[in-house]
Design a protein. Structure first.
Length: 656
């Protein structure tokens, strides 16, 4: 096995940052971990789960010969494990963050790579502790041979002792930690590791810890004198070609990440992705790379073949971050000043790329003092002209089992290149209606995380045949019911609408004409259909004025309501409201009158149909706050089917 270049100083720093975990009061060690920021230890969740499953508040200890004195008390800060994991913890869930109880302990911290590209195949060094003799510090060179799904790495047949799980994996070419040791193969030797991007699943905790990591490395060295991680990386050829000012050095990276750690978070993935793409000359990074959740992650997208792009690309990105923050009312003066100073080393001919940097479309500040209240409070639904992120779930009932479904999730990230499928289950026996949300939870969370911002959660549209329009998707929950409270419905958190799955592909003329009339109408009005005691007729829908919207006080998937909904669709209507929870057989009652009055008020307040989904969401939010289960809108669903954004005309999701 070829031995990679091994820097003795990096080796010493990695040993100094690696620790072992053990119970309070002493005893056999549980496993390994390593300091990633002041007071923060990263390890594997499976190292802690057997000991903390029943009491996550249990105090345990972190030890190392480099810490001096007795082991230090610590507590679990968070892990990625599902509430009820079964068997071996999957790679994408097997990380845990531990917090020391004493904030004043000085210790070494590893350097965590920011490069978003997958770890290269080749030599690496694993660090940890083995339980015998002390415990005893251990390390070994391994060879990364293959990838293990999207988040894992597999090593060669090197023998790895018990206890090393949770230790750092260092790439000796760059002098950075790129993975966390997960498990060993007892029979054949070798093992598996968890690629560092899995850390991003910690959400806010990830952002907090990485900011502290970058601030610690950006300050004066405390324990290692002049031999810091970045000092040594500066000497490693694979850390970047950095012999001239036009090139981006490890010192540049350290200074930039330290300054970015002081800038308020981006509020979601889209701002980071859009700014990094513009800094890359408009070329999107490979779709296989993990979603960037922090400004640091955007910096990590500016690599090609594990080498940093020219310095001008990084300075362009940093200046765009400055402009974005200024657009939100902030003032990242230190970052702006550093960019200006660093730019002096770049030939003036390319300075305008940075000095005249402008935010990409969709990130320009549109709100400010004096803006109309309606603009500030109502989120318009994305259109073909005013693009924006949307998550779509397509539900196709099986032809021979209409109570079971195939499903596909598509994401439109807000550009003009259309949507892309991100998850699906379109084979076998399908999924029962009652199990749909359980099957969709995890992929939906991932999809929302890729496009949500703090200011604008992406809308959810669910496309299914009209016979299933009474599926109360606005009541779906992405978390299980808690012990003491009920998590809010999706329809409270974001705009949720239904679409007709049978309207795939090119829209028919009636649909387009009626939608254009709805957009051009001076006001919107609710029209009850069918009228009490009357059977629905197609003319009741074709004769409606352009601004009139059908409102049904009964379910739309069966009976009289089902017939009315099919007529509404045949007449080209793209917006409709209906009650999903049933209707008395004897005819309408007081609730029906309340629903019609409420719908009339909802439509009358909207300036155009793009406001309707968010206005209905706000009503649902009020219902959630008041716990008013009898509110007219509690069971109301909305058809919002824009022919300007038709569903892709794909092959039907039929069983093979």
């Amino acid at each position: 096995m070829p031995e990679p270049v091994h820097d003795l100083f990096i080796d010493d720093l990695a040993r100094a940052a690696t620790v072992h975990l053990l119970p309070d009061g002493g005893g056999e060690m549980w496993g390994s971990g390593f300091f990633v920021a002041p007071g923060w230890v990263l390890t594997c969740a499976h190292v802690l789960r057997p000991h903390l499953a029943r009491d996550r508040e249990r105090i345990f200890h972190v030890g190392s010969e480099r810490l001096g004195g007795d082991p230090l008390p610590a507590r679990l800060a968070g892990w990625l494990v599902d509430e009820d994991p079964r068997g071996e913890i999957p790679v994408e869930q097997d990380l845990a963050l531990v917090r020391l109880l004493d904030d004043d302990v000085e210790h070494e911290c590893v350097w965590l790579t920011d490069c978003a590209e997958p770890v290269g195949v080749g030599g690496a060094v694993v660090y940890g502790f083995r339980p015998d003799a002390g415990p005893l510090s251990w390390h070994s060179t391994v060879d990364i041979r293959t990838y293990d799904g999207s988040h894992g790495l597999r090593f060669d047949i090197t023998e790895i002792p018990k206890g090393v799980s949770g230790g750092p994996v260092v790439d000796p070419r760059t002098g950075a930690v790129v993975a966390v040791m997960k498990s060993r193969q007892i029979e054949r030797g070798g093992g598996r590791a968890i690629a560092l991007p899995v850390l991003r699943r910690f959400g806010d905790l990830y952002r907090t810890v990485l900011a502290e990591h970058d601030r610690w490395h950006g300050g004066e060295p405390r324990l290692s004198g002049y031999n810091t991680w970045v000092d040594r990386q500066q000497q490693l050829p694979a850390a970047g070609l950095h012999h001239t000012p036009e090139q981006w050095s490890p010192y540049d990276r350290r200074a930039a990440l330290n300054l970015l750690a002081a800038v308020p978070g981006p509020g979601g993935v889209p701002p980071v992705a859009k700014l990094a793409r513009k800094a890359r000359g408009g070329i999107a990074p490979p779709a296989s790379l993990p979603d960037p959740r922090t400004w640091r992650d955007g910096h990590g997208l500016l690599y090609e073949a594990h080498r940093p792009m020219p310095a001008i690309a990084f300075l362009h990105y940093l200046k765009l971050v400055v402009e974005y923050e200024r657009g939100r009312g902030g003032d990242p003066a230190q970052l702006a000043a550093w960019v200006g100073e660093r730019l002096r080393g770049i030939p003036p001919v390319v300075h305008t790329v940075v000095t005249e940097a402008r935010l990409p479309d969709g990130l320009l500040p549109v709100l400010g003092p004096g803006a109309p209240e309606e603009v500030l409070t109502v989120l318009p639904y994305p259109t073909a002209e005013r693009v924006g992120p949307v998550v779509t779930v397509e539900l196709e009932p099986l032809s021979d089992a209409p109570d079971r479904f195939y499903w596909r999730i598509r994401v439109h990230d807000g550009d003009r290149e259309g949507s892309r499928p991100v998850a699906e289950e379109c084979r076998g026996d399908g999924v029962a209606a009652g199990e749909l949300i359980r099957r969709l939870r995890r992929p939906l969370v991932t999809a929302f995380q890729s496009v949500d911002t703090d200011e604008c959660p992406a809308p959810l549209e669910v496309a299914l045949p009209a016979d299933h329009f009474d599926t109360a998707v606005h009541r779906w929950q992405l978390t299980e019911m808690g012990r003491l409270y009920r998590p809010p419905y999706l329809g409270v958190q974001r705009r949720v609408v239904l679409r007709d799955l049978d309207r795939r592909g090119e829209p028919d003329p009636d649909w387009r004409e009626r939608w254009e009339g709805l957009l051009a109408a001076e006001e919107l009005a609710a029209v009850p259909v069918p009228l009490p005691g009357k059977a629905p007729r197609l003319r009741h829908f074709t004769e409606l004025a352009p601004g009139e919207v059908p409102v049904l006080c009964r379910p739309a998937g069966r009976g009289v309501g089902g017939a009315a909904m099919r007529m509404a669709l045949d007449a080209g209507h793209g917006v409709a409201l209906w009650h999903t929870d049933g209707h008395p057989e004897q005819g309408c009652h007081d609730f029906c009158a309340a629903l019609r009055a409420g719908a009339a008020d909802l439509l009358g307040q909207a300036k155009d149909p793009t406001e309707l989904p968010d206005r209905l969401r706000r009503i649902r939010e009020e219902i959630s706050d008041s716990k008013d289960a009898q509110h007219w809108a509690e069971g109301v669903a909305m058809l919002y089917d824009d022919p300007g954004r038709p569903l892709p005309d794909l092959q039907r999701l039929d069983a093979p």
